[in-house]
Design a protein around this ligand. Structure first.
Ligand code: ZN
Length: 260
């Protein structure tokens, strides 16, 4: 099976369309949460996702839109975007968000938005946080989103002590899944925060046991007018710390080089 693994669409329809057009053939989509929030197309993104065979879990913006998280816990930009989304999301979109689970497990893979320890809220930006999360899932591999920064964290065990190493993925070059355990972040479709404005996603091939990371330009014919005219404009892409800035980062090498 080939899975298109994507996360944090954030109601950015041109970005989702660009990813779907760019993606190599796939059998199913795994969506790691935050379909809505920030962007101007929440209902349209839900609708397009539902045209595909897919599994999806809830992110913090999905939950906050439903009132399951206190919007006071969000920064002012995100809060304004939440208010706007609540007012504009249609009934079908709302019903879709209401049935999303917070985690899913399929054979070797766990899916959570934030972290295995706190599926909706915790950010795994650094190796230390990743290391402390390996005990909270039972599969070899776990997909997360939430940080909007593509990264792979590999579990290291030495003398009973668990640590993690952070890798920034290479693009367009398959990465072999190692025997060691991984936390894998595909990056964000709709709002990348790793100083690269292109949408990020990956293809998981469970037969070949590989991950293929890709980036694609968002080709919008619309100059973000809908967003500019809405309260969400101030929350559009901007840089934030990436996993690669972690002091635990040990190089931009292919993960497969580390595998016996
Ligand atoms: Zn997000």
């Amino acid at each position: 099976m080939r899975y298109l693994v994507l996360s944090d669409i954030h109601a950015n329809l041109p970005a989702l369309e660009a990813v779907l057009q760019d993606a190599p053939p796939f059998d199913r989509i795994w969506c790691i949460g935050d379909v809505i929030g920030y962007g101007p197309d929440p209902s349209e993104c839900v609708e397009l996702l539902r045209e595909y065979d897919h599994d999806c879990i809830a992110g913090n913006h999905d939950w906050a839109t439903l009132g399951r998280l206190d919007s006071d816990d969000f920064n002012p930009d995100a809060r304004r975007a939440l208010d706007w989304t609540r007012a504009h999301l249609d009934d079908a979109g709302r019903a879709y968000l209401e049935q999303l689970p917070t985690s899913l497990t399929f054979e070797d893979f766990t899916l959570v938005h934030g972290s295995p320890r706190q599926p909706v809220w915790e950010y795994i930006l650094y190796a230390g946080v990743a290391a402390s999360n390996f005990e909270y899932f039972n599969t070899p591999y776990c997909f997360v989103g939430h940080t909007h920064a593509p990264a792979i964290f590999e579990e290291m065990r030495e003398n009973g002590f668990v640590s993690a190493v952070t890798f920034l993925p290479m693009y367009d070059d398959p990465i072999e899944l190692p025997a060691s355990r991984l936390i894998i972040n595909p990056g964000s479709v709709g709002q990348p925060r790793d100083s690269d404005p292109r949408s990020s996603y990956l293809i998981l091939d469970t037969d070949a046991r590989t991950l293929l990371y890709r980036r694609v330009n968002i080709r919008s014919k619309r100059p973000n007018s809908a967003c500019i005219s809405s309260a969400c404009r101030c929350a559009w892409p901007r840089a934030s710390p990436t996993a690669g800035n972690s002091s635990h980062f040990r190089g931009n090498r292919r993960l497969s080089h580390n595998v016996s």
